[in-house]
Design a protein around this ligand. Sequence first.
Ligand code: DX5
Ligand code: ZN
Length: 218
Amino acid sequence: MIEISTSILTVKKESSTKTFYDLEVAGTDYYHIDVMDGKFVEKNTEKMMYEYANIIKQMSNLPLDVHLMVENVKENIDRYLPLNPSIITFHYEACKNDEEVLRHIKYIKENGIKPSISIKPATNIEKIKRFLPMLHMVLIMTVEPGKGGQKLIPETVEKVKELKKYLEENNLDTYIEVDGGVNKETVKMVKEAGIDIAVAGSSIISAEDFKKAINELK
Ligand code: DX5
Ligand code: ZN
């Protein structure tokens, strides 16, 4: 069975506390926090996501899965450290070079948090192979980062398969997470490809019954 990390990107402010509570009762495994800076991607969700993450922290013990879609990775890691997230994911494409990638991995680890790298649909897994032994997880974007409610790009599933094969051949226990366009139809494909965690936003948040939506995905 896979784990579900619910993206709270489209949660309405007025009903946010109740929604977070309902998601926990419904059995989400993580809250997925989509931090966007208006530079790495067009939208800016920095303020809202920070508020949401703080609300969640006060009411739930479930782990936070922080996805940084930002240019300034270090600044955002520092902002989220006090909330003690379980996982912090940053984008390979946001880093100037491999040394910067290594610096962030080391810094996240030193602070007792699980490091993860995300790659956009056009980025090949070759680029991140050397980091895999140091990573808790790789987040394969199955849509272009930037907004919820998009369609999963089928070619990205091939990347998941390729990564899974490489991890097995090299005896690595790095987790694979996918993010974008996951619903009860597309989840089958990524599950078969070997993922451990699926992020789902609109397919859960827009459902009448969160529990049913999460159970169907699992
Ligand atoms: C996209 C975000 C995703 C997204 C998921 O940039 O990283 O987490 O909100 O939402 P759905 O499941 O609606 O594609
Ligand atoms: Zn995300």
